[in-house]
Design a protein around this ligand. Structure first.
Ligand code: FAD
Length: 281
C-alpha cells in the first residue's frame, strides 16, 4: 500500500473526523508494518494514531487495559501477577517488528498468521471502539469475521480489556513455527477455569492453520465437567483434529497440520493446567 500524505491528529475526535472525511482514501496508521502486506495500489492518506495517548498498559478493576497503539514489545515486557500475554508476544516475529507493531494493528485487520486474535478469543477480551463515544465489543463478536469491517466509517479501536485471571484460572498458548521469527503454522490458546481438579469452563481458540481465528467449541465441550488430567486433554485435543479444516501450509500436508494442531492443543491445555496449579508465573 502506498501513502500519499500523513496527517497527525491531536485527538481521537480529530482522527475520526479526518478519516470520515477521507473515506476509502484514508487509513488509520499505527506501526505501519502491515502496509507491506496490503495489496491496494491506490495511494491513501495515513492518519497517524501514535500521538493520541493510546500506548499504555494499566490494571483497572478486573481488567488489564492495553491501549490500541501499545507496541507488542511493551506487552512482552510487562509483568504483573497472573499476567499471561507476554508468552505469545515474545513469539511474534523479531524484536524490530515487535518494537513498532501494535496490538491494535495486529487485531483490527487480521492476517492469516496473526497470533493475538487467537489469544484474545481464548481470554474473552473486550475491545473498546471509539465512534464519537466509546463502546465495548466482546472477542467472539469482534472476531466473528474480519474486524476491518468495523473501522470503515472512521471508528477506531482505542483499547483492549483483558480480564485479570483469577486463582482458579489457567492459561496456555502455543505457537508452532518453523523457526523463531517465522509466521505461525498453528497457534493455539486455552483458558481453563478449575473447580478443584474439575474443569468448570474452557475457552480454546486456534489460528493460522485455519481460514480465520476461531474458538474450537468441540474441544471446549470435551473438557467441561471433566478432570484436568492428561487423558482428558488428549481426548479433547483429538476432538480438535476434526473441529476445523486444517489447511495445507508451507509444504505440510493437511494430515500433518491436523496432527500438529492436536499436539499443540495438548501442549496448550497442559500449560493452562500448570498455570492454574500455580507452577507457572
Ligand atoms: C516480516 C513480518 C513478520 C510478522 N510476523 C508476525 C507473526 O508471526 N505473528 C503476528 O501476529 N504478527 C506478525 N507480524 C505483524 C503483523 O503482520 C502486522 O504487520 C502488525 O500486527 C500490524 O501492526 P501495526 O501496528 O504495524 O499496524 P498498521 O500496519 O499500522 O495497521 C494495520 C491495520 O490495522 C488498522 N489499524 C491499526 N490500528 C488501528 C486502530 N486503533 N483502530 C482501527 N484500525 C487500526 C490499520 O488501518 C491497518 O488496516 C509480522 C509483520 C512483519 C512485517
Amino acid at each position: 500500500m502506498k501513502l500519499s500524505e500523513f496527517i497527525h491528529p491531536g485527538s481521537l475526535a480529530e482522527a475520526r473526523k479526518a478519516l470520515r472525511g477521507l473515506g476509502p482514501k484514508g487509513l488509520p496508521l499505527a506501526g505501519g508494518t502491515a502496509l507491506h502486506f496490503m495489496q491496494s495500489k491506490t495511494p491513501v492518506t495515513a492518519v497517524d494514531l501514535t500521538g493520541l495517548g493510546l500506548s499504555y498498559i494499566r490494571r483497572k478493576g478486573g481488567f488489564f487495559s492495553i491501549g490500541a497503539a501499545t507496541p507488542i514489545s511493551d506487552i512482552q515486557r510487562y509483568r504483573s501477577p497472573r499476567w499471561a500475554m507476554h508468552e505469545i508476544c515474545r513469539r511474534i516475529s523479531t524484536h524490530q517488528i515487535r518494537n513498532v507493531s501494535t496490538i491494535g494493528g495486529n487485531i483490527c485487520r487480521v492476517f492469516p498468521w496473526a497470533d493475538l486474535p487467537v489469544v484474545l478469543l481464548a481470554m474473552n477480551a473486550r475491545m473498546v471502539i471509539y465512534s464519537g463515544k466509546e463502546s465495548e465489543m466482546g472477542a467472539d463478536e469482534f472476531f466473528s469475521s474480519q474486524p476491518a469491517r468495523l473501522f470503515r466509517g472512521g471508528d477506531l479501536l482505542t483499547s483492549v480489556k483483558i480480564p485479570v485471571l483469577k486463582a482458579q484460572h489457567g492459561f496456555g498458548s502455543v505457537k508452532a513455527a518453523r523457526n523463531a521469527a517465522a509466521f505461525s503454522l498453528v497457534t493455539i490458546a486455552a483458558l481453563l477455569e478449575l473447580d478443584g481438579t474439575t474443569i468448570k469452563s474452557a475457552r480454546v481458540a486456534a489460528g493460522s492453520a485455519i481460514p480465520f481465528p476461531k474458538r474450537l467449541h468441540e474441544v471446549e465441550a470435551a473438557l467441561v465437567g471433566r478432570e484436568a488430567v492428561t487423558d482428558v486433554f488428549k481426548k479433547a485435543a483429538a476432538a480438535g483434529g476434526t473441529a476445523a479444516k486444517w489447511n495445507v501450509r508451507e509444504g505440510m500436508s493437511a494430515d500433518y497440520m491436523r496432527q500438529l494442531a492436536e499436539v499443540s492443543l495438548l501442549d496448550a491445555l497442559e500449560r493452562a493446567a500448570e498455570f492454574a496449579r500455580g507452577r507457572v508465573n
